[in-house]
Design a protein around this ligand. Sequence first.
Ligand code: ZN
Length: 151
Amino acid sequence: MSFTSYMSIALEQARAAAARGEVPVGAVIVAADGTVVAQAGNRTRELNDPTAHAEVLAIRAACAAAGFERLGGHALYVTLEPCAMCAAAISAARLARLYYGASDPKSGGVAQGARVFSHAQCHHAPDVYDAIAAAESEELLKTFFAAKRKG
Ligand SMILES: [Zn+2]
């Protein structure tokens, strides 16, 4: 599979999140051999948990499956630029690569805002690839928030 097909799985998770009334963000974690080991969408409302972002849920699931607290060699695909909390979790999990879609001027913590990976106190920074299927990710978010304003 290519990085676009992994991102399409993340987009599916984002659409499923929107269908549950959650902010449409989806994440996928892929092992070094290309196996998808976890996928998740936002569940903050369903779980009454402000930390239940797609990236955090995917990291928890992948670590639980691996029986290990780190995901070295793994890649995380997410439809939106991670927030500072998720970026810190990505660093703590030692993920090797981060691919994300839309940039997030409001809450992003990778290329803007806290820029978590650029600090000396960040002990592991993944290789970052942005703007993967960004237009589709952005469209999902725009549609979701436009519908919310109407409702
Ligand atoms: Zn987050």
